[in-house]
Write a protein that binds this ligand. Sequence first.
Ligand code: AMP
Ligand code: MG
Length: 343
Amino acid sequence: MKKIKKKNRFFCLGIESTAHTFGCSVIQFDLVKKKGKIISDLRSIYQAPDGSGIHPREASRHHLDKSPHILREVLIQANLKAKEIDLISYSAGPGLGPCLRVGAVIARALSSFYNIPLIPVNHALGHIELGMMLTECQDPLVLLVSGGHTMVLAFSNKKWRVFGETQDITIGQLLDQFGRYIGFASPCGNKIEQYANQSTKKYYNLPYIVKGNDVSFSGMLTATKKLIDNGYDIFNVCFSLQETAFAMLTEVVERALSFTEKKEVLIVGGVSANKRLSTMLKIAIKRQKATLYSCPIYYAGDNGAQIAWTAICDNISSGTTIKVQDALIKQSWRLDKVEVKWR
Ligand code: AMP
Ligand code: MG
């Protein structure tokens, strides 16, 4: 396998395919300034039929169908030929097996055909690393809220340590499963936010479940569905759902912040696009004399730049690359099991 040539800059291709998104991105890394720049980014999101969730096999077919176009276009946008890429990275987990396999197979094929070094990346770590790169925060408490994750984390002794997480479904799953129940197309968070904004702000009681510093959303999902079945106003149910779920998240973030005494909070993942959530968080974070950093909305959801940037951090710190035959996937790869050598 060729080594990254000694030069002032190199290019890393990141491939993301954990769930609904097939995304590719190229990051140019300047070895002198030690800075990365996203020079191209493209994605295609699998749209499940209205009212249904991600079907792993159908999503993987979508990724396979779209991958030639996305790959070609991302290289054109970066003004590069495939052989000019210096490092290839792919999200190896956690995620849906059939979807992860598409990204891994493409990464393996490109790596072996063009003889380019290869790096697997933990998807959740990708959300955090890109969020830190784009917001320039240094040592944050992290709230990772997405389709696949609901976690409060802080970094200590080479690992992201969990200070709270969901005991059942994620916040993204709560929003998407409720949204699909009322007929929205998945992902539904944005539409629920719009409905909540149009409500009369009448609050319906919902189960507020915080256990220690963990949260549980499955009872709330059942309760919101019951409200709809019993004819309650759909806009106010969306409002009540947001108020309850986000208050739970705010409570656990504030407690973790008070415990860790961090001065920065970084919110990453697709749900960080929600304005009501950031408003609630800001109040609690101000009380703890800390600052809120939000990943820019365009890069909040799943994308290839998260993968490319994390691979660059890994490679420049320790020269990590793997053999093509070791480029596997890990569907249940927990973030707190990953050793982060560069922090
Ligand atoms: P990710 O898994 O990081 O790509 O994030 C996808 C999740 O973000 C899905 O569950 C979406 O419903 C959710 N999401 C996207 N936009 C919003 C929004 N404005 N408010 C709440 N959730 C959102
Ligand atoms: Mg994600």
